[in-house]
Design a protein around this ligand. Structure first.
Ligand code: B12
Ligand code: SF4
Length: 616
């Protein structure tokens, strides 16, 4: 199920609302000397194609945004620990500024949730008198907040509260807690008092447990769907978050100082940057339009230009990755941004001499922008990732076709922009289809001919918060265990075949490997190296090198799974994951982030129907 939509007209915060909140919290912060550690959960078992470089060499925007917000309102004693760089970090041992932190924040995506829960469990080992308030957030909290609380009496625990939203929700929570907090009182104690007084219930975007503090919660209270920030220029500046990064190390403890500014670029040469959010399409397997409440949210061109300039000036960052869902979503607004970036000058130097950027778009909108691609390149754009999914539009139809995809790719290459296609493999797609364009290899061949510089092939995998999610489970597609090995969250990344009704699912796993091998190999490296005098220069050859390195990891990590699928017993799930703890709204109403009820019809002679809770 998709996230429900707020009432029409009430999806967005009022203009200026975030700025006013930032001012209010800033006014309170001087009397609260808070120390905060923000951990970004990362399961290293996910390291393989097609994310092999971006996964660790781009400090994630989410934790940086939260860190920036805290510094901006007056809490500079904040450290961001990336598990990508600090694999052995132990929250139970953390000290910052000589203190156990007041707040421990954990950010996680769904596939990193196993390690996020380990981080939280470890933080809970801190003596209750000193333990920080544990707040969980990130995309996993947005779509499946109940998973951040344990329903297992043998191992109770989890976060104190999950934030199912963005900066505004966290700062609203802080404002209430600081209002409640007495001198010298811990943030945890202030949280419990605020919670008991019902003071959290009007902050849309929280899920918190009620009941015994140390045991399994009796219930989870869900305060509803957040209101979103419409004007992204109101966000705190991203430059603040980069000053908070924990230096990479194999230590369990935190370093005394954050990563110095002059070393940030070395570890995070790619800088993810918020430019826009939202997409006008409504693909059934995608949670993004519902998350954004069908809104398109943007920063102004001027603000993006200034951010790139400052990030370059203060940290030497040159390569920016827009976290856009579909950057070309709205032609007029896109043109405002690219025209500004193309002409922006700072201290007498053009921005385009300092900044290169990349982002995600659709084939359909690229064709709408075709005549402007030279301007887009002039603005600094060098590569665009496109969700081609299936060129024949048999599986997914968002206006793409073989002809249109090739036309878009050629136009991009002519403008000097690298086309980076993202494909989706599925049960009904063969590896090769003689005489048609349907097969995976047939499509990869077409993409390469059209000028594709990189390749992503992921298997269709259930994603929480989508229209298709529950049905994939109830249709019996989703695997539970194969040969005794349980399917864990890290395997929901599209690289493992974990949802398939194919008679030989191992073929799907091997098809993906074959597809990658067909695209990334020494022969094509040679071809790319010989043909380096095109408008995209040496990038195709460079991508071949990265691709081959990533492919070694992919083979290492997924071929064992292919063998299991081939020879061992496959057990399937028949229901989506449920919340072990009942959920409700603050006034007893239905919880907006709660698992949906699926009614299973059973043969009439049994004359009953069962309602099962499932995640949504
Ligand atoms: C950039 C990106 C990537 C990059 C990440 C690189 C990096 N190191 O940053 C790459 C390309 C590697 C990547 C890969 C994948 N990604 Co990705 N990616 C994104 C994308 C487009 C932007 C993420 C981002 O930076 N957003 C901007 C920041 C500011 O937003 P945010 O992270 O949500 O954080 C905000 C809030 O969530 C909240 N918040 C975040 N953390 C915390 C913590 C606390 C305590 C609090 C209070 C609040 C809070 O506040 C933040 C500020 O508003 C998102 C979609 C999107 N538009 O967000 C998908 C997204 C995160 N990816 C997703 C997925 C599924 C994947 C993949 C599995 C591939 C796939 N099958 O689609 C892989 C996994 C790879 C891996 N090993 O991790 C999903 C995650 C879904 C989920 N349930 O968790 C998303 C949400 C897209 C979607 N389908 O909806 N991805
Ligand atoms: S085009 Fe991309 S971002 Fe938009 S709904 Fe479809 S998959 Fe999601």
């Amino acid at each position: 199920m998709e996230l429900p939509r707020r009432n029409r007209g009430d999806e967005l915060l009022k203009p200026g609302e975030l700025i006013a909140l930032r001012d209010r919290v800033r006014g309170m912060s001087a009397s609260h000397d808070l120390v905060t550690v923000i951990a970004c959960a990362f399961d290293h078992r996910t390291r393989m194609l097609p994310f092999i470089y971006a996964d660790t060499r781009m400090a994630p925007a989410g934790v940086r945004a939260i860190g920036s917000a805290l510094v901006d309102v007056g809490f500079p004693k904040t450290r961001i620990v990336l598990q990508q760089w600090n694999k052995r970090f132990r929250p139970s041992l953390m000290r910052l500024d000589g203190r156990v932190p007041d707040l421990f924040l954990v950010s996680t995506m769904g596939m990193h949730s196993d390690v996020a829960m380990e981080l939280i469990a470890d933080a809970r080992r801190i003596d209750a008198a000193q333990r920080p308030l544990i707040i969980a957030g990130g995309s996993h909290a947005v779509y499946e907040p109940h998973n951040l609380f344990s329903g297992d009496p043998a191992a109770p625990g989890g976060a104190d509260v999950a934030v199912t939203g963005e900066e505004f929700v966290l700062l609203s929570l802080l404002e209430v807690l600081l209002t409640f907090r007495a001198a010298g009182e811990s943030m945890r104690s202030a949280f419990y008092r605020a919670k008991r007084a019902g003071a959290l219930d009007d902050i849309a975007g929280l899920v918190y447990p009620v009941g015994e503090q140390e045991g399994v919660a009796e219930e989870l209270v869900d305060t509803g769907i957040q209101r979103l920030l419409g004007d992204l220029d109101e966000l705190p500046h991203p430059v603040l978050g980069y000053a908070l990064l924990e230096p990479p190390s194999g230590a369990q403890l935190l370093a005394s100082n954050a990563l110095p500014a002059n070393r940030v670029r070395r570890y995070s040469p790619l800088s993810s940057l918020i430019m826009t959010f939202g997409c006008k399409f409504a693909c059934q397997y995608c949670p993004i339009p519902a998350y954004n409440q069908r809104q398109h949210r943007l920063k102004s061109g001027q603000r993006i230009a200034e951010e790139m300039w400052r990030l370059n000036k203060e940290y030497g960052l040159r390569y920016f990755f827009g976290v856009d869902d579909n950057f070309f979503n709205n032609k007029a607004r896109t043109l405002e941004i690219v025209e500004t970036l193309a002409s922006a000058e700072f201290e007498g130097k053009p921005l385009r001499s300092k900044a290169r950027w990349y982002t995600e778009v659709t084939v359909h909108d690229t064709l709408m922008m075709k005549e402007h691609l030279p301007l887009i390149r002039k603005a600094g754009c060098r590569a665009l990732w496109l969700g081609v999914e299936d060129m024949t539009a048999t599986l997914v139809n968002k206006g793409q076709s073989v002809g249109k995809t090739a036309e878009a790719f050629h136009a991009m290459r002519d403008a000097g922009i690298c086309p980076m296609p993202m494909m989706m493999h599925h049960d009904s797609q063969p590896l090769y289809s003689p005489g048609t364009n349907y097969g995976l290899l047939n499509q990869i061949k077409l993409l390469r001919k059209a000028g594709a510089v990189s390749l992503q092939v992921l298997m269709m995998t259930p994603s929480a918060g989508t229209k298709l999610y529950e049905g994939t489970f109830t249709d019996g597609l989703v695997l539970k265990r194969v040969g005794g090995r349980e399917v864990r969250p890290y395997m929901y990344d599209g690289n493992y075949v974990i949802a398939s009704k194919h008679a030989r699912p191992w073929r799907k796993q091997l098809n993906m490997l074959t597809g990658y091998l067909y695209f990334y190999n020494p022969l094509w490296l040679l071809v790319a190296a010989i043909r380096h005098k095109t408008k995209v220069g040496g990038k195709p050859a460079w991508m071949q090198v990265v691709g081959m390195m990533g492919l070694i990891q992919t083979i290492r990590r997924t071929s064992g799974w292919a063998l299991r699928l081939m020879f061992q017993k496959i057990e399937r799930l028949s229901q989506p994951p449920s919340s072990a703890i009942p959920m409700r709204g603050p006034r007893g109403e239905e919880a907006t982030h709660a698992p949906v009820q699926v009614t299973i019809s059973v043969p009439s002679k049994m004359r009953r129907s069962v309602a099962l809770p499932v995640a949504g």
